[in-house]
Design a binder for this molecule. Structure first.
Ligand SMILES: NC(=O)c1ccc[n+]([C@@H]2O[C@H](COP(=O)([O-])OP(=O)(O)OC[C@H]3O[C@@H](n4cnc5c(N)ncnc54)[C@H](O)[C@@H]3O)[C@@H](O)[C@H]2O)c1
Length: 416
C-alpha cells in the first residue's frame, strides 16, 4: 500500500533548510524525520526547530548513507552548499545502489549545479537511481506570482494577446555566509546565486498556465556583470575579516551586480523578452524581489517590500540587529516594511507542498532537474556573454564545458 505520510530528510541544516522547516506547518502529509549536517551543532539546532514546531520527529545522522538507509526516510531535500551538490547526490545514489534504503524522490535547492557539467551530472544521477526529482525554485510557487500570472493570462492575454516582456530582479546587501562570496565554491557571484531565480520566474510568467516550458525557445542572451561595491578597499576588508582572511575581493572578486537580456521565440515566432537585474549591493530595508509582466493592454507588478504591514521605531528604540522584519534586513529604526509570512509569500510553502504531493502520487514535480539544468545553461550563457561583451546565440558553442572566469578565481574587472 502506498504511504500516506512522506518521511523527509534534509541535507544541510543552515539558512535555507530553516525556511523549509518553518514552511512545513502548511505542508500536509509529510513529516521531517531527519537532518544531516557535517556541523553537528547546526544539525542539532535544525532538528530542535523541527521538533519545536511539531513538524516531525527529526533525528540527526552521522552520514548521508545512514539517513538514506533509515526506512522512515522516503524523500530527501538537498540544502547543502553549491560546492557539495555532486558529492551529496553521489552518496545518496551509492547508498541506494548498495541496497540501503528506498526513496521515492529527491529535491535540490537552486542552483542545480555550479556549471552545466554539474547540473547535467545531477540529472544523470537521479535518472540512474530512478528517482523523482524536484528543483527547488521557490519563486515560481510564490502566491503573488502564481495568482498574478493566472489572472493576467485569463483576462489580458486571452482578449488582447500574450505578454511579450517580463522583468525580474532580486537584490539585497550580500550573502550571509563566506562561501557564497567565493567564486569557485559558489560557482560565481550574484549572477549565479540570484539570477537563477529571476530568469526562471520571468520565464514562468511568460509561459501560458498549463503549457510546458518548451513553448518558449531561448534564441539569444546578452549580459553584463561588474563588482560595484565590494571591490572597494573598505568593503573588501569587511569580507576579509568575516572570512578569517580567506575572501580577497581586491584580487579575486565576484560580480555583485549583473543584468541579462534573454530573447525567446514562442511557437508562432513572436519575440518574447526577459530582462533581469540582480545585485548584492542594494542597501534598502532588506531583500527586494520585483517582477513585472507586460502585454499589449495590461501590466502586472510585484514588489516584495511593498508590504501591507509596516512598523515605525523612533531613534530611541536601540534594539539588536536582526532579520525579524524581513530577510536580509539592513535597519531596525524608521518606517520599516514587514513581510508577515515570508515562508509563504516567497513560495516555500507551496513549493514544498507541491513536491510532497508529487512524490506521494508518484509523479514528476512540475519544477524538476530539467528546469534546473536549463536555468544553469542560461546563466552560463550569460557569463559567457558578459565576459566577451557580446550578444550570443543560445545555446552558444562550448556551453557544455564552460566554467566562468569568476568560478576559476581569475576574474578581476579592475585589472582588465
Ligand atoms: N531558494 C532560495 O531562495 C535560497 C536561499 C538561500 C540559499 N539557497 C540555496 O540553498 C543552499 C544552502 O544555502 P544556505 O543559505 O542554507 O547555506 P548555509 O551556509 O546557511 O547552510 C549550509 C549548511 O550545509 C552544511 N554543509 C556544508 N557542507 C555540507 C555537506 N558536504 N553536506 C551536507 N551539508 C553540508 C553547512 O554546515 C551548513 O549548515 C545553497 O545551494 C543556496 O544556493 C536557496
Amino acid at each position: 500500500m502506498k504511504k500516506k505520510t512522506l518521511g523527509v530528510g534534509i541535507i544541510g541544516g543552515g539558512f535555507v533548510a530553516r525556511f523549509h522547516i518553518r514552511s512545513w506547518a502548511g505542508v500536509r502529509d509529510a513529516d521531517i524525520m531527519a537532518i544531516y549536517d557535517p556541523d553537528k551543532k547546526r544539525a542539532e539546532e535544525a532538528a530542535g526547530i523541527v521538533r519545536k514546531l511539531n513538524v516531525g520527529a527529526a533525528k540527526t545522522y552521522k552520514s548521508i548513507s545512514d539517513m538514506v538507509a533509515d526506512p522512515k526516510i522516503d524523500a530527501i531535500w538537498i540544502c547543502a552548499p553549491n560546492f557539495a551538490r555532486i558529492e551529496v547526490m553521489e552518496e545518496i545514489v551509492h547508498a541506494l545502489e548498495a541496497g540501503k534504503g528506498d526513496l521515492s524522490g529527491v529535491c535540490c535547492e537552486k542552483p542545480l549545479g555550479r556549471n552545466v557539467m554539474e547540473a547535467r551530472r545531477m540529472l544523470e544521477l537521479v535518472r540512474k537511481a530512478k528517482l523523482l526529482d524536484g528543483y527547488l525554485e521557490n519563486q515560481v510557487f510564490a502566491p503573488a506570482v502564481v495568482r498574478g500570472r493566472a489572472i493576467v493570462w485569463a483576462r489580458g492575454a486571452t482578449l488582447t494577446g500574450r505578454p511579450y516582456l517580463a522583468r525580474a530582479s532580486e537584490e539585497h546587501s550580500g550573502p550571509h555566509m563566506p562561501w557564497f562570496w567565493e567564486g569557485p565554491l559558489q560557482g560565481g557571484g550574484v549572477l549565479n546565486d540570484m539570477m537563477c531565480h529571476s530568469v526562471e520566474v520571468a520565464r514562468f510568467l511568460l509561459t501560458p498556465p498549463g503549457a510546458p516550458r518548451g513553448v518558449l525557445t531561448a534564441v539569444k542572451v546578452s549580459a553584463y556583470a561588474s563588482c560595484l561595491k565590494w571591490q572597494n578597499p573598505e568593503y573588501a576588508k569587511i569580507l576579509r575579516d568575516q572570512s578569517g582572511g580567506k575572501t580577497d575581493y581586491l584580487q579575486r572578486p565576484a560580480e555583485d551586480f549583473a543584468r541579462s537580456l534573454i530573447e525567446y521565440k514562442d511557437e508562432k515566432g513572436n519575440v518574447i523578452v526577459v530582462e533581469t537585474t540582480t545585485s548584492w549591493c542594494y542597501v534598502g530595508a532588506g531583500l527586494r524581489l520585483s517582477m513585472e509582466l507586460l502585454g499589449p493592454e495590461y501590466a502586472l507588478q510585484i514588489n516584495s517590500l511593498d508590504a501591507g504591514l509596516k512598523v515605525f521605531f523612533s531613534r530611541k528604540v536601540k534594539g539588536k540587529a536582526g532579520e525579524d522584519l524581513v530577510e536580509k534586513q539592513n535597519a531596525e529604526v524608521g518606517l520599516m516594511p514587514v513581510v508577515a509570512d515570508e515562508e509563504n509569500e516567497y513560495g516555500y510553502q507551496a513549493e514544498d507542498r507541491h513536491m510532497v504531493q508529487s512524490f506521494l502520487k508518484g509523479v514528476r514535480p512540475s519544477e524538476n532537474f530539467d528546469d534546473g539544468l536549463n536555468v544553469t545553461e542560461l546563466l552560463m550563457a550569460a557569463y559567457m556573454s558578459a565576459e566577451r561583451e557580446k550578444t550570443l546565440p543560445f545555446p552558444p558553442p562550448g556551453l557544455a564545458n564552460f566554467v566562468p572566469a569568476v568560478a576559476k578565481g581569475t576574474w578581476n574587472p579592475k585589472k582588465a
